[in-house]
Write a new protein. Structure first.
Length: 385
């Protein structure tokens, strides 16, 4: 996150002597991205963060691609993804390319007997159903319906859920995920025309510190493999850190919509950016107020980006027969637009309660076997009159 955060105890100057009450030294770690050029945090551990005891297993979790080259519009019924006890097993990649994985998950239980670390992807976890706590070695964040949790690559974490009824929409990104640059000034501060500001971004406030030795399993993801790595000390042994690289939460309900007299284009809904895709939030808002305006979108040719819409809540005005948890995929190369009747239906409407998350990727997405299990194979004909 491009603003400074400090939690726990740190010495007044970096890379200097920092002792425990018993006189021993704490162990410093620079937790950085993009070599030494990207965002980083300086972390102080009770123990060396390097004490690997054992690499117990290595196994692939690569998505199984069913359609590598896709030209068909799809609807996927996300809530048909079956709940699973284990968090990592519950994550089903439905769409994938070399920049990102788009994942649906319905985990029933918290990650109890292991920690998880994704080494080469930032994870954007959208909470559709469920409450609980994201616990990380850099502090904890409570979550609820509508939260985006941004977990930068390398953050060791667990997810604690309050109940078994959880639905997550996750984007796993090999490109760093930032807030849009056009909403930040040259210092990184969010500008007045930004649809959210620093006050809306929740930073970790509660640091769990364990000074424990033993056997601690971290499931480490690297290049589509999971490595079961056993460490000799508790991964949550940080006494303090400061810097710019840490997990944070942002609620979709805190996104302030930008509206106009006539239909506003999708970039006004943009919430996150990478150099490979954007993430937009469609939130309840007043419709266009020109007396002759058509609130429904026009047909559009996303000629060079695939469009994924994840429907969260409310009535999605431009679509017929869309329910919460559904995903629509409109592939690059062909135009798409409102369903028959949607334009007429929208005229005279003054507001919408729709809530949705959109991911537009600049490279085509491959459709996985998991996606075809929940696919509506007739959706591509749904514009026929
Ligand atoms: Fe679209």
């Amino acid at each position: 996150m491009p603003f400074y955060h400090q939690l726990g105890n740190i010495p007044p100057k970096r890379h200097t002597i920092f002792r425990k009450p018993n006189g021993d030294l704490y162990y410093e770690q620079l937790f950085g991205t993009i070599g030494f050029d990207g965002m980083s945090s300086n972390i102080y551990h009770e123990h060396r963060p390097t004490q690997v005891k054992e690499i117990r297993a290595q196994y692939s979790v690569a998505p199984k691609v069913a359609k590598a080259n896709n030209m068909q519009s799809y609807r996927f019924r996300g809530f048909q993804v079956p709940p699973e006890n284990d968090y990592l097993k519950s994550r089903k990649v439905v769409l994938t390319n070399s920049d990102c994985n788009i994942i649906l998950a319905a985990p029933k239980h918290s990650t109890k007997d292991y920690f998880y670390k994704n080494t080469d992807a930032d994870e954007l976890i959208f909470i559709h159903k469920g409450t609980g706590k994201l616990r990380t070695f850099l502090g904890n964040l409570d979550f609820k319906y509508g939260d985006y949790l941004l977990v930068p690559r390398g953050v060791i974490y667990k997810l604690d859920f309050d109940t078994e009824d959880n639905r997550l929409f996750i984007v796993e990104s090999y490109r760093p995920i930032y807030t849009p640059k056009r909403y930040r000034n040259w210092f990184g501060q969010l500008l007045e025309h930004s649809p959210f500001c620093e006050r809306d971004i929740r930073r970790p406030q509660e640091l769990e510190t364990y000074d424990e030795k033993g056997e601690f399993l971290i499931k480490v993801k690297k290049q589509d493999d999971i490595f079961d790595m056993v460490y000799a000390t508790h991964p949550f042994d940080v006494v303090g850190y400061d810097g710019f690289n840490y997990p944070y939460a942002f609620s979709i309900h805190d996104f302030e919509p930008i509206t106009g007299r006539i239909h506003q284009p999708p970039p006004v809904h943009q919430t996150f950016e990478t150099d490979a895709f954007v993430v937009c939030s469609f939130v309840p808002r007043l419709y266009d107020y020109h007396p002759q305006s058509i609130p429904a979108p026009y047909n559009h040719s996303n000629i060079d980006s695939d469009e994924v819409l994840y429907y969260v809540d409310g009535d999605f005005m431009s679509r017929n027969d869309i329910e919460a948890g559904h995903i629509s995929l409109h592939p690059a190369g062909i135009p798409h637009g409102p369903h028959p009747g949607a334009v007429e239906r929208s005229i005279g409407q003054t507001e919408t309660e729709e809530l949705a998350v959109m991911v537009d990727t600049f490279k085509p997405l491959k459709v996985t076997e998991e996606a075809l299990k929940i696919a509506d194979d007739t959706y591509f004909r749904s514009w026929l009159e």
